[in-house]
Design a protein around this ligand. Structure first.
Ligand SMILES: NC(=O)C1=CN([C@@H]2O[C@H](COP(=O)(O)OP(=O)(O)OC[C@H]3O[C@@H](n4cnc5c(N)ncnc54)[C@H](O)[C@@H]3O)[C@@H](O)[C@H]2O)[C@@H](O)CC1
Ligand SMILES: Nc1ncnc2c1ncn2[C@@H]1O[C@H](COP(=O)(O)OP(=O)(O)O)[C@@H](O)[C@H]1O
Ligand SMILES: [K+]
Length: 491
């Protein structure tokens, strides 16, 4: 079964899917040269907007990325810009649409060397796009190094040359761009680090590929945002139990973590939040926020008996060890939606199979990279591939935290969050995320959507607050975000 993302209008296409989109557009009777003209037009438009007026170096590669460069050169020259075109390889070796576009360029074509940059105030990087197969070397490498030395502003065509479209990895080196103009839909490499940081502003240009090709391609990856989930409604006839009851397991030592999570769960709308505290720490928790219910965590099974406690969160400050592992298995045994974070994950280091056999897509695992390694070992591939693989392997939803947080469903769907600010990297911020997620689960959201929504709200709260943020601030920024009635699904 494929999972359907709500109003999936922020799709991300893999490089292979993008080639298929191209092929389907051609099969529908749209000429390749027309797509390339539109691509080059979008690049020229971005260049006019962003590059300083002066001589522009247009660096063309041996494939279709270079073809887009030739179109941009022609359009800019026609508008009176001074351009200098340099090609990697010989014009006679260009093929297909790239050869056609080189033919339509009537100016000079110089060989690609760092000299081509001299006297230029900006660069269009049309060396390699989707076809990048290996690290930059020779003349391409030398020119990109020189761009860095000269600190020239660069607009990349499709991707900064050297950035891998699927993984966001930099093969060898890639220019730091002012903007990147890609076509039809973004690719994972624009969203994952370090590629995203190389891109600068991302412009996604419509080049005439009909959106209907997506019916055939059926993408299962998208950018996270309000377009892909809907927050729970607050019902007029509701009462606190109908808004759900979150049960959070607190620890004996790190008592702040569960309290941060509890406050977040309440702010995001859970009707009730209980912290289950070890007997020796009950006093600490009882002295905390008065609106939180506090109960002894011993015996934990008793607390799980009341089915109204419909969303469970274990791990923040929980203390790594057998005791926590046992409680995790008891919580999973209820079949209720469950968030496993931090110590709940680390408690299964070296014995992850013991955990995985109890997981399902009602469970969300929320590791950062370190916890991920403890649970899943060293895995090859991009963060997207790793999160997807881990979700398949464990059977749970995996929310892999970081600057480019990935949420992956065991049956295939995934999102990447591209707009969380870096000042979220502060102690306790992960506990708040776990609390937001548990609070949304308690209100009945599907776990995958709840995970995506929690990540987005968390990032948005941090963005609204700005630098200087500490974990305690995050929950306080949530009400203003919930009050935003008009969410543009395209933003
Ligand atoms: N797919 C689409 O719908 C469209 C694609 N267009 C452009 O087409 C591009 C893809 O074109 P191509 O498939 O021709 O691929 P590229 O133009 O990215 O590069 C392919 C060529 O570069 C060589 N190459 C790859 N890595 C190299 C390296 N490190 N050093 C030296 N040579 C290397 C390959 O052997 C091949 O000859 C896109 O990035 C985009 O710019 C646009 O024209 C518009 C339409
Ligand atoms: N550079 C960054 N940019 C955006 N978000 C980040 C960055 N670094 C960390 N985060 C986010 O901050 C949170 C940190 O969580 P975590 O690592 O669990 O910290 P803690 O355990 O201290 O709460 C995660 O949501 C993560 O995605
Ligand atoms: K490029």
């Amino acid at each position: 079964m494929r999972i359907t993302l709500l109003r999936m209008n922020q799709e991300i296409l893999s490089v292979e899917q993008m080639y298929r989109a191209d092929a389907l557009a051609l099969a529908a009777g749209i000429a390749g040269a027309r797509l390339m003209e539109a691509a080059g037009w979008a690049v020229a438009r971005a260049a006019r907007r962003l590059l300083p007026k002066g001589r522009i170096a247009i660096l063309c590669g041996p494939g279709n990325n270079g073809g887009d460069g030739f179109v941009a050169a022609r359009l800019l020259a026609r508008d009176g810009w001074s351009v200098r075109v340099a090609l990697l390889g010989a014009v006679e070796r260009l093929k297909g649409d790239a050869a056609i576009m080189a033919g339509r360029w009537t100016g000079r074509v110089e060989p690609l060397t760092p000299d081509a940059l001299h006297g230029c105030v900006g660069v269009i990087d049309a060396l390699f796009g989707a076809g990048l197969a290996r690290p930059l070397e020779g003349a391409a490498k030398a020119v990109v190094e020189e761009i860095g030395r000269l600190r020239l502003p660069v607009i990349a065509v499709d991707v900064p040359s050297g950035v891998h479209g699927d993984s966001g990895a930099v093969l060898g080196l890639a220019p730091d761009c002012l903007a990147t103009v890609t076509f039809f839909r973004p690719k994972p490499g624009h969203c994952l680090l370090p590629g995203r940081l190389k891109c600068g502003e991302l412009v996604v240009a419509d080049i005439g590929i009909p959106a209907a090709v997506l019916d055939e391609i059926a993408p299962d990856l998208c950018r996270n945002g309000p377009g892909v989930w809907a927050l729970p409604e607050i019902k007029a006839e509701g009462h606190k139990y109908s808004r759900g009851h979150v049960l959070i397991l607190g620890g004996a030592e790190m008592t702040g973590a569960a309290r941060l999570a509890a406050r977040a769960a309440r702010r995001v709308g859970a009707g009730l939040v209980s912290i289950a505290a070890p007997p020796e720490a009950l006093g600490v928790y009882r002295a905390g926020d008065p609106g939180v219910l506090v109960a002894s965590s011993e015996p934990f099974a008793d607390l799980l008996e009341d089915g109204r406690r419909n969303a469970l969160l274990l791990g923040p400050g929980g203390g790594v060890g057998e005791a926590l592992a046992g409680k995790v298995l008891a919580a999973l045994g209820t079949g209720r939606p469950c968030v496993l974070d931090a110590d709940a994950l680390s408690s299964f280091e070296g014995r992850s199979a013991d955990l995985f056999r109890h997981l399902s897509d009602r469970v969300v695992l929320t590791p950062h990279d370190g916890e991920f390694r403890r649970l899943f070992g060293e895995m090859p591939g991009s963060r997207l591939e790793r999160a997807r693989h881990a979700a398949r392997l464990s059977g749970a939803i995996v929310l892999l935290k970081g600057a480019d947080t990935v949420v992956a469903h065991p049956k295939g769907g995934a999102t990447i969050t591209t707009d969380a600010p870096p000042w979220l990297a502060t102690a306790g911020s992960g506990d708040v995320l776990a609390g937001l997620l548990a609070g949304l689960l308690a209100q009945g959201m599907e776990p995958f959507e709840a995970a995506c929504a929690a990540v987005w709200l968390h990032g948005r709260a941090a963005a609204e607050f700005g630098p200087g943020l500490i974990a305690e601030d995050l929950s306080e920024a949530i009400p203003a975000i919930l009050a935003e009635r008009r969410w543009d699904p395209h933003d």
